[in-house]
Design a protein around this ligand. Sequence first.
Ligand SMILES: C[S@@+](CC[C@H](N)C(=O)[O-])C[C@H]1O[C@@H](n2cnc3c(N)ncnc32)[C@H](O)[C@@H]1O
Length: 381
Amino acid sequence: MTGPDYTALRRRCADALQAEDQFGAPWVREVFEKVERERFAPARIRVSDPGGNGGQEVIDYATDARAWANAVYAPDRSLITQLDDGATLLEPGAPGRFTSSLSAPRVVVRQLCHLDLRPRHRVLHIGTGSGYDSALIAERTGARNLFTLEVDDRLAATARRNLDTAGYPDVQAVAGDGEQGWPAGAPYDRVLCTASANRVPRAWIEQTRPGGVILTPYRGLALPRLVVADDGKTASGPIVDAMSFMVLRGQRGTEAADLRPVVKATLSESERVRTDADLSPVKTELGAEFLYHVLVPGTRLVFGEETWWLEARDGSSWAAWKPDGRGRQWGTRRLLTEAAEALTAWKAAGAPGLTALGLTVDAGGDRVWAHEPDGPSWPVP
Ligand SMILES: C[S@@+](CC[C@H](N)C(=O)[O-])C[C@H]1O[C@@H](n2cnc3c(N)ncnc32)[C@H](O)[C@@H]1O
C-alpha cells in the first residue's frame, strides 16, 4: 500500500488558503509549497478543533498514516505536540496546559504576510517549536540569516534534527530564553515571536535595527506589528490581526482557579452593585474584548445564560453581571467596577475594532492606543 501523497496534500491545502485569499504575496505561497510540513510533525499529534479550542483527538502516524497526513495539512488545525512542558503525556483527553504546537497553516501564512520578509533579511525567531516556521522563513531569507530560539531543551534538540533532515542545516537554532533575544545575531530586520507576549521584552527592541519590525501575538488575542523608531528604544504600530497563541514560558500567569466553591461561600457577604455600563461588547467585539483583558488583567470571563462571571485567576476576587445592570462583586479587587471602567473607556474612544487599536512600547512600558499613537491611550498594567 502506498503512503500519503504529501505533495498533493500540500497543494490542496495551499489552494484552500488561496481561495480564502490568505497569501498576501506570491512568495508566501511559494515557500509554503516548498517546505515539507510532514517532516516537522511528530508521529503522535493532538489535533485542535478548527476554532483552536479543546483538542481531544490524538492521531498516531503508526496506526493511521492517512488521518495523520490529513491533519498535518488541514488549513485550520494546529497540532498540539506537548502538554505541561512535557510533564503530561499526550494521551487522548489528558488534561494539561498546551505548551507546544505546530500552528495551523492559516495562522502561519498570515504571520508571514504581516512580517513582509525580504531575501537576506536578518531574522530573530522566538519559539522554534518543531522548526517548521523556521524552515519557511529560511526559504525566504536564506538559512544563514535566521536565528531561532526555543526555551525547551528537548524541543530545541528535535527542531535541530528536523531542520537538518529537511534540508536547513544552516539555520542557527539553539535552546534559550527568547525573552533575552540573541545579541550575537543583532541587529535584526525582523523579530517574529510564535508565542504570545503579555509584555514586549525590551531586548527585542534593542536588537532590532531602526525601521525593523517586531511581530508578536500579544495578550492572548492580538497581533501588533511594531516598527522600531530611530532612537532604537521605542517600537510602535497597529494591531494587524487577531491571533491567539500559548504564552511565553516566563510570562505565564496562574492557571485559573475553580471559583464556584468560593462564590458559594462568599455570596452573602458580596457587595451589590449596579452599573450603567454595557459589558456585552466584550463577547461580540474583539476590540472591546482585547481592551477588557488589557485593563482588567489576570481574569477570565465565563458567559452564563443569564449571568456573566468575572473571575480573578488567582481566586482572590469575583464579580457577577446581568444585562439589566445588576451585579455583585467580592474580594480584593472590584472586578465589576474595573470592567465597567474598561468598557466605558472603549466606548468613549469610539468603540474601536481590534485593528483600530495599536501598541507603543518605550521606556515607560507598554501602552495601548486607539486610532493612532496620539489618540486615546491606556498604560498596560
Ligand atoms: C506555538 S509553539 C511554536 C510553534 C513553532 N513556530 C513551530 O513551527 O512548530 C510556541 C513555542 O514557543 C516556545 N517558547 C515559549 N516561551 C519561550 C521563550 N521564552 N523562548 C523561546 N521559546 C519559547 C514553546 O516552548 C513552544 O515550543
